[in-house]
Design a protein around this ligand. Sequence first.
Ligand SMILES: [Zn+2]
Length: 389
Amino acid sequence: MKRIKKRDQEYIKQNNLKMILDIIKNKRSISRAEIVKITNMSPTSVSRIVGSLIDLGLVKETETSSSGVGRKAILLDLDLESVMTIGVYINKHIINVGIVNFGGEILYRDKIELNPKGTHPDTLINKACALIKDTIKKSKIDPSKIIGIGVSLPGIINSKNGEVIFSAPLSWENIHIAKVIESELNIKTVVDNDVKLKALAESLYGVGRNSGKTALVNFGRGVGSALIIDGEIFRGVTNIAGEIGHITIDPNGILCECGRRGCLQTFIVEDNLIEEANKVKKIVDIKEIFEAAYIGESWAVSILDRAITYMCITINNIVCMYNPDTIVLSGSLVEVYPEIIKEVEEKCRTSIWTPLRGTFKILYSELKSEADIIGPSTLALDTFLSFDI
Ligand SMILES: [Zn+2]
C-alpha cells in the first residue's frame, strides 16, 4: 500500500510543496538557488514549486541581497499573515489560548484561571470555546485566515479522532473534545497530549531547533516524555509512546494516580514529595521543601536528593531507549525551581550509562508556557494546511 501511495503523482506533488515550504520556514529568507542545492532538484522544478507556493499566498519574495559577486538574488520568505492557527492549552488550573501566525509567533493570547475542583468536561470545553471566540474578536484578525485549532491537554489522547481517552489530572474519560469545539466554533480542531506538543514546539521553534532527535522530559505534576524525530512526533501505535512516568520501579511502592504501585513518577512528583515531607513536618507547598533545603534541614535535603536521583534515572532511561542528541528538561519542577537543574546535571555526570555519556546535550525549555500554545497551533497547521492548486 505504502509503495502504491508513494508512486501516486499527486502525493509526490503535495510532498514536494510541503518539503520546500518546510525549508523556507526553517531558513526564513532563502534564495531559489539555495533550495536547489539543499533538495538536489532541478532549478526548473524548484521554480515551479515556489511559484505554486507564491500563488497560494503562503510564500512571498522579499528584498534582494548581494550573492557576493555583484549579482542580486531574490529571497523567499513566508507570508506570515497568510494563515493563522489557534493554540489552546487546558489543565485543571488554567485555560490558555493564543493566535499564532504562520511563523510560529504568538500574536494574541489570553487565559482564564480555573477552580481545580470544577473540571467537568462540559464546563471546561464551554469556557475554552468562549475564550477562543473572545480572543478572535479582540485580536481583530480576519477569521477566514484561521485554518484550525489545536488543543493540548494532559492525558492519553487519540489524536486521529480528537478524543481524550483518559486524563487523570482532569478526571476525563472518552471525551470527544475536538468534535464539540468544531461544532461550536465551526473551525477544524485537532487534539493531542501536552508533553508531545511541548516537545514539538521546542524542537521546531525553541531550544531544540538544531537537533534532529529531541527528547523532552516533563517533571511537574506528572512525569512524561516525548520524542521528536526530524520534526515529527514519535507516537507509537496508540499515541502513548513516552509515558515514562508509569514505568514500574517498585511493584510494592506507593500508589500512583494511574492506579498501580511504585511508578517512576511517584518518586518525583510534587504531591508525593509533599506527602513524604509531611511524615516529618507539616507543610502544604513544595516551596517549603526547597526553603528548608536551602537552610540545610536534613529531611528536606534528603527528599530533594532522592527526587533528583530519580530525575537522573528518568533521563538515563530515556537516553537508553531513544538515544537522542538533545534532552530538553521542562515542567514546573525545573521551571519554577531552576536551582534543581545544576544538581540534576551534576548527578547525571555519574549516573548515565557510560556509552551514552557525552552523546547528548541537556538543555532547558526555552519557550516555557509559550510552548503550550505554539505546540498545539503547530499541530493544527500541520494537520489542516492544504495545498489545493
Ligand atoms: Zn503510574
